[in-house]
Ligand binder design. Structure first.
Ligand SMILES: [Zn+2]
Ligand SMILES: [Zn+2]
Length: 340
C-alpha cells in the first residue's frame, strides 16, 4: 500500500517537475563562458587580473585584462578546462600556446596599471598579431611607457623605437559600441574612477546577452565622482529586460577601511552599497528582487604578506552575509571555467 502510494504520487508529480525544469532552464539559459587566468590584485606575480570570455559554444576569446596569461592557461589545462581546444597534429604548440596564439583574438585593457598588463608584455615575443582595445587614457601610457623600445621592444604600431607592429592599438570611445575583432561579441566602454587613474568598465554583448567587466574602481563616494552611477543607469534597462547575465567586479579588501584608505578599490560593504543603488534603479518598488540570480564574479582580491591569508574567506563570508539581493557570488580559483 505504502509503495503504491509513492508510485501514484511520483506519476502525478512528474509533469510538474518537467514543467519546472523547462521554465528554470529558460530563465537561466547560460550565454557566456569565462576562464579565470588571474584572480588576485597584486603581490602574487603569477595570479594577476585576467579573464578569457567567449559566448557559450565558441573558443574565440577576448582577454579581459592581461595581468597573468601563461600561468593561468597552465592552471586551466591542469584542471581540464581547455579540453575543447584542438591543437592540429602538425602544430608544435602546447595547448596553452595554441590558446594564447590562436584563440585569444583581442585584448581589452581596463587601465594601465602593471597588474593588468604584465602577462601581455611578458608573452608578447611569442604572441601572434592582434588588436589591443582600450580608452585613449589606457592605450597612450601603454604606448609611451611599456612598448616604447626602452623598457621593452615596441610590439605596438605607434610610439618610439623600432615599430614591430605585432599589436594594433584601437582606441574605444566611451559609450560607443564596437565589434571585437575575431569574435562574435561587441564591447561598449564606460569610464571609471580609480584613485586618479582612469579605469574602464566593458559591457560585452553576444547574441543579445550581456556581461559587464569592471576594471579596478573605487565607490563613487570615495572617488568623488559619479561614474559607477552612470554605469548603473546605462545597464538598468538591460537588467529589467533580463539580458544581463553577470558581471566581474573587484573586492580588493575586507571591510573595515575608511574612505581615505581604499586607494581606488572596493570592499564587500561598498560593493553591496553600489549594487543596492543599481537595484533601486532597476526596481524602485521591490529593489531586493531586482538583481536576483545575476552572477557576480569577484576579482582582484589582494593577498597580504601575513603567514595566514584570511582575505579570501573573510571577504567571501562578509559579502555573502550582506547579500540580501539574491546575487550568485563566485570566488573563482585560477584556471577555473565558469559558465553564466
Ligand atoms: Zn589592479
Ligand atoms: Zn589599478
Amino acid at each position: 500500500m505504502r509503495g503504491s502510494l509513492i508510485i501514484l504520487f511520483s506519476w502525478w508529480v512528474i509533469p510538474f517537475v518537467l514543467l519546472g525544469c523547462t521554465i528554470s532552464t529558460m530563465a537561466t539559459e547560460q550565454q557566456f563562458v569565462t576562464i579565470a587566468l588571474g584572480t588576485a590584485g597584486g603581490l602574487t606575480e603569477a595570479n594577476l587580473s585576467s579573464y578569457l570570455l567567449a559566448p557559450v559554444g565558441s573558443t574565440d576569446f577576448v582577454a579581459l585584462d592581461a595581468g597573468t596569461l601563461l600561468t593561468g592557461l597552465q592552471h586551466a589545462n591542469t584542471k581540464g578546462n581547455l579540453a575543447d581546444i584542438v591543437v592540429p597534429p602538425e602544430s608544435p604548440l602546447s595547448v596553452e600556446g595554441q590558446v594564447l596564439t590562436q584563440h585569444i583574438k583581442t585584448y581589452l585593457i581596463s587601465h594601465a596599471h602593471l597588474d593588468h598588463l604584465a602577462g601581455l608584455v611578458l608573452n608578447s615575443p611569442d604572441d601572434t598579431s592582434k588588436p589591443i582595445l582600450g580608452l585613449s587614457a589606457t592605450i597612450d601610457p601603454l604606448r609611451d611607457h611599456l612598448f616604447n623600445g626602452r623598457i621593452w621592444p615596441n610590439f605596438g604600431d605607434e610610439g618610439s623605437g623600432v615599430l614591430l607592429k605585432k599589436y594594433h592599438f584601437v582606441r574605444l570611445q566611451p559609450g560607443v559600441e564596437q565589434a571585437i575583432a575575431g569574435t562574435s561579441m561587441t564591447v561598449k566602454p564606460f569610464a571609471l574612477c580609480h584613485a586618479g587613474v582612469p579605469s574602464t568598465a566593458f559591457l560585452l554583448q553576444a547574441n543579445g546577452a550581456y556581461a559587464l567587466y569592471f576594471g579596478d574602481t573605487g565607490p563613487d563616494d570615495a572617488e568623488h565622482c559619479d561614474n559607477l552611477h552612470r554605469v548603473w543607469q546605462a545597464i538598468a534597462p538591460l537588467v529589467q529586460q533580463g539580458h544581463l547575465r553577470g558581471m566581474f567586479i573587484e573586492i580588493s579588501y575586507p571591510n573595515g577601511r575608511d574612505l581615505s584608505h581604499l586607494y581606488g578599490h572596493l570592499t564587500p560593504e561598498w560593493l553591496m552599497t553600489e549594487l543596492h543603488r543599481l537595484a533601486a534603479l532597476v526596481q524602485p518598488q521591490r529593489p531586493t528582487d531586482a538583481l536576483r540570480g545575476i552572477t557576480v564574479i569577484v576579482s582582484h582580491i589582494k593577498p597580504t604578506l601575513q603567514r595566514v591569508q584570511p582575505e579570501r574567506d573573510q571577504i567571501r563570508q562578509q559579502v555573502e552575509s550582506l547579500n540580501d539581493l539574491g546575487l550568485r557570488f563566485i570566488f573563482s580559483g585560477q584556471g577555473d571555467r565558469i559558465v553564466f
